[in-house]
Design a protein around this ligand. Structure first.
Ligand code: EPU
Length: 337
C-alpha cells in the first residue's frame, strides 16, 4: 500500500472541491484496513468512501483512508428471497443495476444515487419512497481503535430519516466494510407510489412495471432534476427536509396553501426544503462558482472552481433567509468538513 503525501482530493469528492489530504492511502481489503489502523494507531485518521456526501472546506490534516474494498456475493437464498453481500467500496448504482439484472427486487427505487455501498447505512439513503432500511439486514464494520470486526444488525443501526447510529453514538469509531441486503426473487414489491414515478411510467406507456422499468423511470427522473456530479460538482440534497410541528406548518400554510407537505406523525409535518429555497428566490442563482441548481433547489453546485468555504457561505445564506422568511431552521444533510 502506498501512502501519498499532500494528496489532492478533487477527484475523490463529488463536489469536485480542491482540498489536500496530509496523507492518503487506499485500502483494498479488510486486512489492508487492519494493517493501516495498526501502523498508524496514534495518528488522526479520516475515512473516505465515495465522497458523495461531504463538503470539504479545508485541507484534511490527517491520514485519509479510502475504503476501496470490492466484491459482491450471494450469501444464501430460498424460493422467495436472496441475501446479497456487497463490499463497502462497490459503487452503489452499479450494485443496484447488478441486482436488477439478477431480477432481485428492493433497491430499484434507489437507482443512480451517487456514492459507495459502504456509506449507504450511515445516512440511511433513500429516494422515491424507499430507504436502505427496508432491505438492509446487517453490516460488518471494523473498530478503528481495536481493529475488531463487529456485525451491526438493522435494529442496532437505529435507522431514521437520513439517520443512523453511525452519525451519533458510534460516530467515527467504525469503518463499514460490507453490507447485506435481503432482496426479493419473486412477488416483488413494486413501489411506484411516488407521484413522479407514476407519471414517468405513464409517459413510457408501461402498465405492469418490472424492476428494470422502475429503475429506468427513476434514472430518467433523477437525470432530469439532479445534476450529474461528473458534469457539475454536487452532493445531492445539501439539506434535509425539515420536520416541523403541525402548528408551525398551519401558519405557513395559511400564507402558502400550495406548499407540498407530508404528515409524518400526529404532531409533525415534513416540508420540502427545495420548495422553501425556491420560494425564497434562490433556485438557479449563482454566486461566483457556487450556486443553487436550476432544476432542484435542494442541490448546491460547484461550477468549477468554487471553494468549500464559498459553497458553505451560500448554504448559510440560504439557512438564514429560510429562518427569517419561514421561521424554519433547515439542517445540512452533507457532512461539512
Ligand atoms: N420542490 C420545489 N422546488 C424545488 C425542489 C423541490 O418546489 O426546487 C418541491 C417539488 O415540487 C415537490 C417537493 O418539493 O413537491 C419534493 O421534491 P422532490 O420530489 O424533488 O424531492 P425532495 O424532497 O426535494 C428528496 C430527497 C432526495 C430524493 C427525492 C426523491 C431529501 C433531503 N432528499 O428530495 O434525495 O432523491 O426526495 O425521493 O430527503 C439526496 O438525499 O441526495 C437526494 C437527492
Amino acid at each position: 500500500m502506498t501512502i501519498h503525501s499532500n494528496f489532492s482530493l478533487k477527484k475523490y469528492n463529488t463536489f469536485g472541491i480542491e482540498a489536500k489530504a496530509k496523507q492518503f492511502v487506499a485500502a483494498h481489503s479488510t486486512e489492508d484496513l487492519k494493517t493501516i489502523l495498526q501502523q498508524h494507531a496514534s495518528e488522526p485518521k479520516f475515512i473516505l468512501g465515495g465522497g458523495s456526501n461531504m463538503l470539504l472546506t479545508q485541507d484534511i490534516k490527517a491520514l485519509v483512508i479510502h475504503v476501496d474494498l470490492k466484491g459482491k456475493k450471494i450469501l444464501k437464498e430460498d424460493e422467495d428471497f436472496v441475501w446479497v453481500e456487497s463490499m463497502a467500496g462497490e459503487n452503489w448504482h452499479e450494485f443496484v443495476l447488478w441486482t436488477i439484472d439478477q431480477n432481485f427486487g428492493g433497491l430499484e427505487n434507489m437507482s443512480l444515487i451517487p456514492g459507495n455501498v459502504g456509506t449507504t447505512p450511515v445516512q440511511n439513503i433513500g429516494a422515491y419512497g424507499t430507504e436502505i432500511k427496508d432491505t438492509f439486514v446487517s453490516c460488518e464494520a471494523i473498530n478503528s481503535v481495536t481493529q475488531e470486526m463487529k456485525t451491526f444488525t438493522k435494529e442496532e443501526c437505529r435507522f431514521g430519516y437520513r439517520e443512523s447510529i453511525f452519525k451519533h453514538e458510534v460516530k467515527d469509531q467504525f469503518i463499514i466494510t460490507s453490507v447485506v441486503f435481503k432482496l426479493t426473487k419473486r412477488n416483488h414489491h413494486i413501489n411506484i407510489s411516488y407521484g413522479d414515478i407514476t407519471k414517468e411510467l405513464e409517459k413510457e406507456g408501461v402498465i405492469t412495471p418490472t424492476l428494470k422499468d422502475v429503475s429506468n423511470a427513476v434514472i430518467a427522473i433523477r437525470q432530469s432534476k439532479l445534476p450529474d456530479p461528473k458534469e457539475l460538482g454536487n452532493s445531492g440534497s445539501f439539506f434535509k427536509n425539515p420536520i416541523i410541528p403541525k402548528e408551525a406548518y398551519e401558519k405557513i400554510k395559511a400564507l402558502h396553501p400550495e406548499m407540498p407537505h407530508y404528515v409524518v406523525s400526529e404532531t409533525d409535518v415534513k416540508v420540502p426544503a427545495g420548495w422553501l429555497i425556491e420560494k425564497a428566490g434562490f433556485k438557479g442563482k449563482r454566486f461566483g462558482d457556487a450556486g443553487i441548481h436550476k432544476n432542484q433547489a435542494l442541490v448546491l453546485v460547484n461550477y468549477g472552481n468554487a471553494t468549500g468555504q464559498e459553497i458553505l457561505n451560500v448554504s448559510k445564506n440560504i439557512q438564514a433567509t429560510i429562518l427569517k422568511e419561514f421561521g424554519i431552521a433547515i439542517e445540512a444533510e452533507v457532512n461539512v468538513i
